[in-house]
Write a protein that binds this ligand. Sequence first.
Ligand SMILES: [Zn+2]
Ligand SMILES: [Zn+2]
Length: 71
Amino acid sequence: MKCWQCETEARGVCRFCGRAVCKPHAQTMNYIVSVYPSQSKKVLKSLVVADAVFCGNCKPQPEPLETPYLD
Ligand SMILES: [Zn+2]
Ligand SMILES: [Zn+2]
C-alpha cells in the first residue's frame, strides 16, 4: 500500500480512518478505546492507547456525535 500523501511505500495505517501513511507523514495521537464514568468523580474516564498512528488528514472528533440518520 502507498502513502495517502506522497505515494511512497506506506509504513502504517491510520487508526482512525484507515488511510496508509509512510513514516515521515505518520503522526501519532491518543486513541480512545472506550469511555466510562468514574465511580468517585463526575468525570468520564477513558482507556487510551497512546501514540496510535494518525494520518494527519482525518479529524477524529473529541465528542461522540449524534447520528439521527441511523434510526
Ligand atoms: Zn508519505
Ligand atoms: Zn486518518
